[in-house]
Design a protein around this ligand. Structure first.
Ligand SMILES: NC(=O)c1ccc[n+]([C@@H]2O[C@H](COP(=O)([O-])OP(=O)(O)OC[C@H]3O[C@@H](n4cnc5c(N)ncnc54)[C@H](OP(=O)(O)O)[C@@H]3O)[C@@H](O)[C@H]2O)c1
Length: 232
């Protein structure tokens, strides 16, 4: 994709995959706006950062202002996410995972999709997870948020096709960021490699991309076992 004049919004890009992707897009000549709760370490021509919490009342207004300043949006990547381990004394943490990972994405769609439709098209990409296949006892809110996100985006893909908006779900295994808290992280991807995967999607526009592929096969099998166990 020719980056000349292309405008992207990356939500959740102070760190991790969102930051790596933002760096790559800016280096490739895109005009990029980013949003996260923290300020950004990135200062570069063609890049503007906006502090916002996707769960906050002001979020939709801030995001709409970002779209206006860009003069429209060609690509929006929803990379915001939190992974909260289960603690029976803090069930609000599970709710937070649902609010950030799923409801935050839905609120983003409310703002960016009408702008894409008005501008003649666009591409929405959501970072989901291989954890979307099954219930999790370690992080039930996270797994549910990713199952919901994958399902929502795949539904939107067909619904928005007649309106010229492409939708892609990217499902990662372990990526080397602060989110990956597990002591064991098989087939770990670097944040830069994960960002490469997202950039490939911007070129090809697939429905779903799962990486690493071999881990996706294992996750599906483990997911079947976890679903059977959860129904006991
Ligand atoms: N790392 C993995 O192993 C892995 C695996 C599969 C899928 N994923 C998914 O990939 C995406 C990116 O994760 P990552 O690994 O890059 O994690 P990360 O390094 O922790 O980055 C998460 C980003 O989300 C932002 N964020 C969190 N809560 C937010 C909120 N309420 N409002 C606005 N921004 C918020 C964070 O910025 P602030 O804290 O500044 O707000 C940060 O920039 C997530 O959706 C994650 O679920 C990651």
């Amino acid at each position: 994709m020719d980056a000349q004049g292309r405008r992207a919004i990356v939500v959740g890009n102070s760190d991790g995959v969102g930051l790596a992707l933002t760096r790559q897009l800016v280096a490739a000549g895109w005009t990029v706006a980013g949003l996260s709760r923290s300020a950004s370490a990135l200062a570069a021509p063609g890049y503007a950062h906006h502090v916002a919490d996707v769960t906050g009342d002001a979020y939709r207004r801030v995001l709409a202002g970002v779209v206006d300043r860009l003069g429209g949006v060609d690509v929006c990547v929803y990379a915001a996410g939190v992974g909260e381990l289960f603690d029976v004394g803090d069930l609000a943490a599970q709710t937070r995972a649902l609010e950030v990972n799923l409801i935050g994405a839905a609120r983003t769609v409310e703002v960016v999709v009408p702008a894409m439709v008005a501008g003649g098209g666009g591409h929405l990409v959501g970072l989901s997870s291989l954890a979307d296949v099954a219930p999790s006892t370690q992080a039930p809110g996270y797994a549910a948020s990713k199952a919901g996100l994958t399902s929502y985006l795949l539904g939107l893909r067909g619904a928005l096709r007649p309106h010229g908006v492409r939708v892609t779900v990217v499902r990662f295994g372990f990526v080397d960021t602060k989110m990956a808290q597990s002591p064991v992280k098989p087939m770990l991807l670097s944040a830069e490699r994960a960002a490469d995967v997202v950039r490939d999607c911007l070129r090809t526009g697939p429905a779903v991309v799962s990486r690493p592929r071999r881990m996706a096969v294992l996750a599906r099998a483990a997911g079947v076992a976890a679903t059977v166990a959860a129904r006991r």
